[in-house]
Design a protein around this ligand. Structure first.
Ligand code: G6P
Length: 372
């Protein structure tokens, strides 16, 4: 078993380190140098995809946060409304679905019962169904009209890491493909975004090379009772995912919030020494959001919070308000989640290990929930 973990202490740690390859392999062979996307494997008529008026993303757990990230990118590139819904909520609320709806399910295992049932329901209502899945030949892709496989390789640890990154990449490829079909983006623009995506594996490697910074922080926090996570725009689902990782494997109370909601409740939780992670948006191109999140950092700090910041390289503005800063390499805003989530995964994994927990097999959880 030690050999299977590639020298790492756990599968989770190994899978975190597999992420540069998971992203690269999911991108591989899906575009040419001119920026033309080749998605022949999709098995869905391009004419039908062109007519899509609404996208509904269905998933559970970490896969649903990949969907929440995708919403920002797909709406921005394709100008199609995207709803993200937990599979188990979708089926019980008379959702509005028709032949012009594209239902995109996201599932690492392809066997999550609630997601499967939601896909079946959508199909019965006449929607086109597309599965983003990491497991070849599993049930959800078999029952869907179309499939886009993620190539993260087998994921063993219960807490999902590399599949999450690969899912985001796959939804982005889908978004760019739709944008090209519908003429929302020029081929040159798609080529540039694909080039930026192709730089992500190297940037993740850069983060992994500096993982000791975050591991040291994690070990120093092993006796914390609660950790909060704030994020905005694409950083919001990243904050949610950071909190989920900590709950799942370290059994610490953790909650993610949209930074803009701070004054509507979460700020009441802040008292002396409360750790708060803040995922800060890039300064370039989104100055106003950046400034707002920096002022959120000041607000929680003024109330005693211990501020732990994930920011973009070169962002000096956050330093004076932060107990701790981890910098990720510069990257376009929509691609940021592929980097900012990595330190949060490492944090949870290291903290859980420091507590002596089995990070691969957390109590009460299963890798794939095949019952309703
Ligand atoms: C379980 C796993 C999670 C996963 C979720 C959805 O809760 O522990 O890691 O995100 O199921 O699984 P799926 O296979 O559908 O992506």
């Amino acid at each position: 078993a030690a050999a299977e973990k590639g020298g790492f202490a756990s599968f989770m740690e190994k899978e975190v380190h597999d992420q540069p390859a998971a992203v690269a392999d999911t991108l591989l062979g899906r575009s040419d140098s001119a920026g033309r996307l080749t998605l022949d494997e999709l098995r869905i008529d391009p004419g039908q995809l062109k007519r899509v008026k609404k996208i509904i993303v269905l998933a559970c757990g970490t896969s649903a946060y990949a969907g929440s990230v995708a919403k920002y990118a797909i709406e921005s590139w394709c100008r199609i409304p995207v709803e993200v819904e937990l599979s188990h909520e979708f089926r019980y609320r008379e959702p509005i679905v028709d032949a012009d709806t594209l239902v995109v399910s996201i599932s690492q295992s392809g066997e999550t019962m609630d997601t499967l049932m939601a896909v079946r329901y959508a199909k019965e209502q006449g929607a086109k169904t597309l599965s983003i899945c990491n497991t070849n030949g599993s049930t959800i892709p078999r029952e869907s009209d179309a499939v886009l496989y993620t190539h993260a390789g087998p994921e063993i640890a219960v807490a999902s890491t590399k599949a999450f990154l690969a899912q985001i990449v796959a939804t982005y490829i889908l978004g760019l493909y739709l944008a090209s079909l519908r003429g929302n983006l020029f081929t040159g623009q798609i080529r540039d975004i694909m080039a930026d995506l192709n730089k992500i594996p190297g940037k993740i490697t850069d983060i992994l090379d500096r993982e000791d910074e975050i591991k040291e922080l994690a070990r120093s926090m092993k006796d914390e009772a609660s950790v909060l996570f704030l994020g905005r725009h694409v950083g919001y689902p990243v904050a949610m995912e950071g909190a989920l990782k900590l709950k799942e494997i370290a059994y610490i109370h953790a909650e993610g919030f949209a930074a803009g909601e701070l004054k509507h409740g979460p700020i009441a939780l802040i008292d002396d020494g409360q750790p708060v992670f803040v995922v800060v948006p890039s300064k370039r191109g989104r100055d106003s959001l950046h400034a707002k999140v920096v002022s959120n950092i000041q607000e929680v700090r003024a109330r005693g919070a211990k501020t732990l910041v994930i920011a973009e390289e070169g962002d000096e503005a956050v330093r004076e308000y932060s107990e701790f800063v981890f910098y990720v390499p510069e990257t376009p805003t929509l691609l940021m989640p592929l980097l900012t989530v990595v330190p949060l995964q490492i944090f949870a994994c290291e903290l859980a290990s420091a507590k002596g927990y089995d990070v691969d097999q957390p109590r009460n959880l299963a890798k794939s929930v095949t019952v309703e």
